[in-house]
Design a protein. Structure first.
Length: 169
């Protein structure tokens, strides 16, 4: 299903919407089209035709509650580690707890990393010191509003790039 990027009145990216919901917001004049679909697609009804939007902006500002921490999800963790195993650098498929949960480790950002199947099975429930392994990076909580848009930056429409740029670290 086609997705449309939704911006706040201040041009901050909020989320993505299905095309149907985006068109409804535009027709009810709750949002305005910022950027049309590059292919020039048009939706027709009996009485009107509307160009397919790619990016829309709300006409009124919507306050987003401040979150102290980004929720820990599989998608967010993989994005943080760039879909690469932190142990060997291959493509990551699983989540590994640096300090195993069976030994009292917590399921928090600081203890979770992306891992390939081979490294995850080799490590099992052992500590890094027991294996002689080291971490090149220190796992931490990602920061910034762009984490609300997981998947949009890499997998989204190229036309969204000016609106969803990641802040420099």
């Amino acid at each position: 299903m086609r997705q449309v990027l939704l911006l706040n009145a201040t041009y901050e990216p909020l989320t993505t919407l299905p095309l149907r919901r985006a068109v409804c917001l535009v027709l009810r004049e709750k949002a305005e089209v910022v950027h049309h679909d590059a292919a020039g697609a048009v939706l027709h009804s009996a009485a009107m035709a509307i160009e397919v939007p790619s990016v829309i902006r709300l006409r009124r500002y919507v306050r987003i509650p401040y979150r102290t921490r980004v929720p820990l999800t599989r998608a967010a963790l993989m994005r943080r580690d760039n879909f690469r195993c932190v142990y060997c650098g291959r493509r990551a498929e699983t989540i590994d707890h640096v300090h195993p949960r069976s030994r009292g480790g917590k399921h928090v950002w600081e203890n979770c990393v992306a891992s390939c199947m081979a490294c995850n099975h080799s490590k099992a429930d052992r500590l890094l010191e027991e294996l002689g392994w080291t971490l090149e990076i220190t796992p931490g909580v990602p920061r910034g509003a762009h984490w609300r848009l997981i998947g949009v930056i890499n997998d989204g429409d190229p036309q969204w790039a000016p609106y969803v740029t990641e802040p420099a670290a």
